[in-house]
Ligand binder design. Sequence first.
Ligand SMILES: *Cc1c(COP(=O)(O)O)cnc(C)c1O
Length: 391
Amino acid sequence: MMQGQCLSLKTIESSNMNPLPLPYAHQWIDEHDIQAVVSVLRSDWLTTGPKVEEFEQAFAGYVGARHAVAVSSGTAALHTAMFALGIGHGDEVIVPPITFVATANAVVFQGGTPVFADVEAGTLLMDPQQVQEKITSRTKAIIAVDYAGQSCDYDALHSIAKEHGLALMADACHSLGGQYKGRKVGTLADLTVFSFHPVKHITTGEGGMIATDDPELAERMRTFRNHGIDMDHTSRMKQGTWQYEMMELGYNYRITDFQCALGLSQLNKLTSFVQRRREIAEMYDRAFASIKGINPLHTPPEVMNSYHLYVIRVNDRDQLFGQLREKGIGVNVHYFPVHLQPYYQKTFETREGLCPVAENAYNHILSLPMFPQMNDNDIERVVTVIEEILN
Ligand SMILES: *Cc1c(COP(=O)(O)O)cnc(C)c1O
C-alpha cells in the first residue's frame, strides 16, 4: 500500500533499450522546475513568503475555484478540511472503502467516525445509493473519492447532501485536471482536496491544497494550518506588532516557498501531463479491447478522466502481479479496502462483509504503469508482457 517512489529518471529514459524496471508512477522534473526551486533558495523567504500565495492563486485559477489553501501534504489538506467543516466527536462522515487510508484517517483525527459506503462495481466509485443508506442523525459530511482519476456522481451526491443538510467534500488526490459534465474538478464539492506527492499529477515533494468558493472556510483553513493563530508572521510584521492570538487548536501544516515554486512550475505543465496520461490510457484501452481476460475500469461518458491510475481487473490477479513484477513491470494494487485494515477492525469493529463490492473488486484489481514520461515503447512493452503471460 506504500506509495513509494521507485526509480531514477535515468532508468526510465533507457527503458526502451533495455528491459529495465518500469515504475507504476513517477514524477517529471525538468530544468525549469529545478531553477524555480533554486531561485527561492537564494531569496529571503523559505516559508510563509510570496510563493505560497502565488501558487494558491495560480492553482485556484486553474481549477476555477475562488480560494485555494496550500498545506504540507494531501493528508494535512484532508485534516484541515475536516476541521473547517467542524467535524468533531461523535460525528459520522461517509467515506468509500476503496481509497488511501488517509481519507478515513482524517475523520478520526478530528474525533469523528468514518462510515463506509460501498462502491459501484464498474467504476469503483462511491455508490450514491449506498451513501443514502448509511445516513443517520449523526452524519455530518460525505467525502467522495475520485478513484483512479474519475469524478464521482456529484449531481447525485449533491442532492443527497442537500436533502440531509450535509457537507460534500471531494478527495480529488487522483483527479486533478479532470472534469464532470464539463465542470472542473475543484468546483464540484464544498471543499476539494489535492495532493502533490511525487506519484500524483503534479508534485511539490510533499504538499497538498484545498480549493473552495467559501471565503469563511478558506479563512478557517489558513488559521488551522498555522497553529490556530489568526495572523501569520508576514502580517504581524506589516502591522508592526508582536502580538497574536490563538483562536483554535491548529497545527503546523505550512508548506515552504521552495515547494510552492516547484508547484507553480509544475502547474504550467499540468495540461500537457493530463493530455499524455489520457493518450497512454487510450493506448492501453485499444490494446486490451482485443485481449480476453483484461477488464479495465469503466469510464462514464459524462466524466473526463485524468488517470492518476490505470486500473485493470483480472481473474488471477496475484499470479499476474507476481509475473509482471518478475519481468520488471512496476504494477501495484490500489487499494486494500480501508475498513479491513487492522486499525479500523480494532477501533470501529468494521468487518468483512460490510462492503462486498469493494471486497470482491480488491481481489482482481491491478494498477499498471501510468505516468506522463512513459513513451510508446514502454506502453507496448507492458501490453506485450501481459499478452505473453495470459497465453
Ligand atoms: C495521495 C492520497 C492522499 C494523501 O496525500 P499525501 O500527500 O500523500 O498525504 C489522500 N487520498 C488519496 C485518495 C490519495 O491518493
